[in-house]
Ligand binder design. Structure first.
Ligand SMILES: Cc1cc2nc3c(=O)[nH]c(=O)nc-3n(C[C@H](O)[C@H](O)[C@H](O)COP(=O)(O)OP(=O)(O)OC[C@H]3O[C@@H](n4cnc5c(N)ncnc54)[C@H](O)[C@@H]3O)c2cc1C
Ligand SMILES: NC(=O)c1ccc[n+]([C@@H]2O[C@H](COP(=O)([O-])OP(=O)(O)OC[C@H]3O[C@@H](n4cnc5c(N)ncnc54)[C@H](O)[C@@H]3O)[C@@H](O)[C@H]2O)c1
Length: 464
């Protein structure tokens, strides 16, 4: 050991890096985490999950206030500027950074700031903020460098009205009209945020439907509600060019359409952060999207170099990154904490929210699985009537012979939380995973969990 400074160096302090480091430290490894940023938390905390969810929450609160008849009788509608909501996001970021920095200190994990690259199999060079370099030797490495927005070379991202999901956080006005190209998760979430702020939003989708990986009915519901709130969605359109002017931008689509707006946001794809790592020095190569291939144990083709999080591709979620990071050091320390991650829920924070796990109707039909559907509309539950959050549906897909739960799809307020009740049942073995659970156990009332009982009854009534 003596010729190594550390047992483990983790490159990147996002969710996967943090949990790899913590789990390693708990197993008594000497661990260091390096990051380009002076503050820990990764892109997740500074540019991705946390700021977008905090923005979305602030906007959602204003929307609720403005449509609540009780407040409407007392006060004028209120509007927040984008700067106001950004301030609330910054507060959450600061809290997260402080909390995460304490974790590292308490667990004796060394934090180093600088850009990391490999010099040889066991040596990492750090270029420090002042330009000096330092070298550290370690027995094992975890590449947890995450991802960044993919930037097509033909778009001038230096133009002050042209943004991606990182730079949109620096926007210092509230756009009257924004056009978002890319209707994946990021595009749809930011369409909801700007729509909620009162901006006119054009959402340009290169695909045929929004979030095509979701259950069709849920994707349709999202389109319907975004349109209902005034978002202009255009499907099956391809980007041709965007021109930036002093006071507007013009987006031209391959179909010949032109859209003039105050701002343009590119939200189409991400690239793994591998280009600065000098992977050649250790005989590793990233693919065309900057991603690194790993085996089931998060091991690259170099035995002592592991990778986790966005840099390995699917599912590219903070939720999974935490589990992947813990699993990586579970492999390194062999301390029983390795887990193969194969089922991940989707939580999409549009307004309204979407969440799902398991199979979609289309997948079950293609696989010729005899399934049935049980549904509960939020408007029919007492809790939703009380809260006023009546838009939404919980949809259970289950095997019509065994009543085994095969898929859960939820659209509406708190969908990402509601889903976890069904997820827990779905994970049961030895016959425990059936929708009968929802009829054989009493749930608090009134709660949104009641929707499971209503949906189970609705589904079982279809079976003859
Ligand atoms: C707008 C947006 C919203 C999102 N919302 C959600 C959500 O609601 N739920 C969810 O689960 N996921 C969400 N995600 C995805 C989530 O943020 C990512 O999956 C997660 O951040 C990946 O974590 P990671 O550990 O791979 O590293 P990251 O969080 O990407 O962090 C990597 C770190 O590595 C550092 N680094 C990179 N290269 C080097 C180098 N050479 N040397 C030193 N340091 C380096 C970077 O500075 C960075 O701090 C969202 C993403 C975006 C962009
Ligand atoms: N609530 C959430 O869970 C949440 C929210 C926002 C983002 N995210 C994560 O961020 C990821 C990115 O979202 P998105 O909406 O930007 O895009 P996306 O992953 O939905 O992809 C959009 C399109 O870009 C293409 N693409 C992806 N990477 C590319 C690259 N490097 N070069 C060229 N084309 C590329 C894809 O094939 C796809 O057609 C999501 O996959 C998701 O994992 C999650």
């Amino acid at each position: 050991m003596s010729n190594f400074d550390y047992d483990l160096i983790v490159i990147g302090s996002g969710p996967s890096g943090e949990s790899a480091a913590m789990n390693g430290a708990k197993a008594n490894l000497r661990v260091a985490v390096v990051d380009l940023r002076e503050e820990v938390g990764g892109n997740c905390t500074h540019q991705g999950t946390i700021p977008s969810k905090a923005l979305r929450h602030a906007v959602h609160q204003v929307m609720r206030f403005n449509r609540n008849p009780m407040f409407r009788n007392m006060a004028e509608p209120k509007w927040l500027s984008y700067q106001d909501v950004r301030k609330t996001a910054q507060k959450v970021i600061d809290q997260q950074v402080a909390m995460r920095a304490r974790f590292y200190a308490r667990n004796n994990v060394d934090l180093k700031v600088g850009e990391a690259s490999f010099e040889d199999d066991n040596t990492l060079t750090l270029v420090l903020p002042d330009g000096q370099t330092e070298k550290f030797r370690a027995k094992n490495f975890v590449i947890a460098t995450g991802s960044r927005p993919y930037r097509p070379p033909e778009i001038d991202f230096n133009h002050p009205r042209v943004f991606d999901s990182d730079t949109i956080l620096n926007f210092d006005g509230t756009p009257r009209h924004i056009v978002i190209y890319g209707a994946g998760v990021i595009g749809c979430e930011y369409a909801s945020i700007f729509n909620g702020l009162g901006s006119k939003v054009d959402l340009i989708n290169p695909g045929e439907r929004l979030l095509a990986f979701m259950d069709d009915e849920i994707s349709d519901a999202l389109s319907y509600h975004l349109r209902g709130h005034g978002v202009m969605i255009r499907h099956a359109e391809s980007f041709k060019s965007v021109e930036g002017f002093d006071d507007h931008i013009i987006l031209t689509l391959e179909s010949g359409k032109k859209i003039k707006a105050d701002a343009f946001m590119w939200a189409n794809g991400r690239t793994g952060n591998t280009d600065k790592l000098n992977l050649d020095a250790i005989g590793l190569q990233a693919d065309g999207r900057g991603q690194i291939k790993v085996n089931d144990h998060y091991q690259t083709s170099v035995e002592h170099v592991f990778a986790a999080g966005d840099v390995i591709g699917w599912p590219s979620l903070a939720s999974a990154a935490y589990d992947q990071g813990r699993s990586v050091s579970g492999v390194i320390t062999n301390n029983g904490t390795y887990r193969k991650i194969n089922s991940v829920p989707t939580g999409i924070y549009t307004i309204p929210e979407i969440s799902s796990i398991g199979k979609t109707e289309r997948e079950l039909t293609e696989a010729k699985v005899p399934y049935e559907i049980g549904k509960a509309y939020f408007k029919d539950t007492a809790r939703a009537q009380i809260t006023g959050e009546e838009t939404g549906v919980l949809k259970l897909l289950f095997h019509r012979e065994t009543t085994e739960l095969l898929g859960i799809h939820c659209f509406g307020d708190q969908a990402a939380e509601i889903l976890h009740i069904g997820q827990a049942i779905m994970a049961q073995t030895d016959g425990g995973n059936t929708i009968r659970y929802f009829l054989e156990h009493t749930f608090n009332y009134p709660t949104m969990a009641e929707a499971y009982r209503v949906a189970a009854l609705n589904g079982l009534n279809r079976i003859f």
